[in-house]
Design a protein around this ligand. Structure first.
Ligand code: SF4
Length: 446
């Protein structure tokens, strides 16, 4: 847990020698507590005090990385229980299961299907983050062969799911340099699995059926030299896992329980696609950091990745697009001009509806600090002055010879002042963007 300025002061030499640049040790302690100073500015801190202060400064939840290069997955290092308290830092990872009971063409087809789980959504690229290779066959050789196929045909980060240290060892030898996540060590395999994690420099998941047993396992693994750990639960229902993960996160963040300060791994492989989607989405909400799903149905992953995007967006920073004049198709001087705000969901919705009309057009995006049309208007971030400023800044008058602006139906009330400020004729468009194709074809084209 974070130490207060007074806690830190008790660990300092209290000589007020000023060598740290502060007038007193207490002043230095206060600066340290606010993270405005570095401990090494004081040359007289004892090794013991250093250890205590370093441990207190460590984040309550460890950052875990697996995979390589641009496909590396990073989870953990969260500092708050609820997003609105600050923000969540590292988005949860969604993995797709590949079973080693598949061989030959069936295995390659499954790997290819997992690689293809990539989507464009409102200007964002979303894709499955990892492959969870399951040792369903129980055969170390088949597991190793499947790991070799993964190495050849996928760049995604890998989770190696097996209770057998022999099977994990074979797969690790095939995946040299790929830094997979090993899942999972139990009470009976902790020595062997921790040894493999240490030798191959990979993170390790530990698995038990209660928080007490998990805490015992993480302490054991850390003592064996495997410190990059992930928590996994065995044999519990989704409801019990939700309850347990919530308790684990609260204990780590609020009570400073280091033994539970690790990201979580959940396997969802029961029921049909709809059941798995519901279970996985619930776990991503509280507090699944890595969720592996036994499906390759694109609709399942699009929904799950959308859930992750929504949960891990910084609530203080709406997703924005650049404010500028966008060209849809190949507009000319007779093409319609519409305006909207720079909230990305708003912009991409308008953009796709204008595209659907098949009428080339300009969309003037006004900077409203990433807020939607009605929110911006009610907060006075969208008014006739900023629209006029955007028309001038992006030289809209040099692009079209007409002076007609289609505005969102929800801000029809702006019409009069906007006409006065710009000299443009205002056409009130539909309230719902989905009506734009019809509006452009039936109203504008006349
Ligand atoms: S250098 Fe260390 S001992 Fe000297 S005033 Fe600063 S904190 Fe105190």
């Amino acid at each position: 847990m974070a130490l207060t300025g007074l806690d830190i002061f008790k660990l300092l030499p209290k000589t007020n020698c000023k060598k740290c640049g502060m007038p007193t040790c207490l002043a230095f302690a206060m600066q340290l507590a606010q993270k405005r100073a570095k401990l090494d500015a004081c040359p007289f801190v004892s090794d013991e005090a250093k250890q205590t202060l370093d441990a207190a400064a460590a984040p309550p939840m460890r950052l875990i990385k697996f995979g390589q290069g641009e496909h590396q997955v990073q989870v953990g290092q969260e500092t708050v229980l609820f997003r609105h308290e600050e923000k969540f830092h590292n988005p949860a990872a969604v993995a797709a299961v590949v079973s080693d009971s598949l061989t030959g063409d069936a295995l390659l087809a499954r790997i290819k299907a997992v690689n293809g789980l990539q989507f464009e959504r409102v200007g964002l690229h979303l894709g499955v983050n990892a492959v969870a290779l399951k040792n369903d066959s129980g055969d170390p050789k088949l597991f190793r062969d499947a790991a070799s196929a993964l190495k050849q045909h996928s760049k995604l980060a890998v989770i190696l799911y097996s209770d057998s240290a022999d099977a994990i060892q074979g797969a690790l030898e095939e995946l040299t340099g790929a830094c997979p996540l090993i899942a999972s060590a139990t009470q009976s395999t902790i020595e062997a699995m921790a040894g493999l994690a240490k030798t191959h420099k990979c993170p390790l998941a530990v698995k038990a059926d209660s928080l007490e047993a998990l805490a015992e396992l993480t302490e054991k693994a850390a003592a064996l030299g495997a410190e990059d750990l992930v928590l996994s639960l065995d044999g519990l229902s989704v409801k019990e896992r939700l309850y347990t993960w919530t308790k684990a996160r609260a204990l780590a963040l609020k009570k400073g329980c280091r033994a539970l300060g690790y990201p979580t791994l959940s396997l969802v492989d029961q029921g049909d696609d709809t059941r798995q989607l519901a279970d996985a989405a619930s776990l991503l909400c509280k507090y699944g950091n890595i969720v592996a799903v036994d499906s390759v149905e694109p609709a399942v992953y699009l929904a799950l990745l959308t859930v992750v995007t929504n949960i891990y967006t910084d609530p203080q920073k709406p997703i924005q697009v650049e404010a500028k004049l966008y060209e849809i198709g190949e507009p000319d001087e007779t093409s319609p001009v519409l305006f909207t705000t720079n909230f990305s969901l708003t912009y991409y919705t308008v953009e796709s509806d204008v595209e659907a009309s098949r009428i080339p057009a300009y969309i003037l995006v006004v900077d409203t600090e990433g807020t939607s049309v009605l929110t911006a208007y009610s907060g006075d971030k969208l008014n006739e002055e900023c629209v006029k400023a955007a028309i001038d800044k992006f030289e809209v008058e040099s692009k079209v010879k007409h002076r007609k602006m289609i505005i969102p139906g929800y801000v029809a009330v702006m019409s009069g002042k906007l006409e006065e400020a710009t000299g443009w004729e205002v056409l009130v468009g539909p309230r719902e963007s989905s009506m734009l194709p019809k509006y452009l074809q039936e109203v504008w084209s006349k």
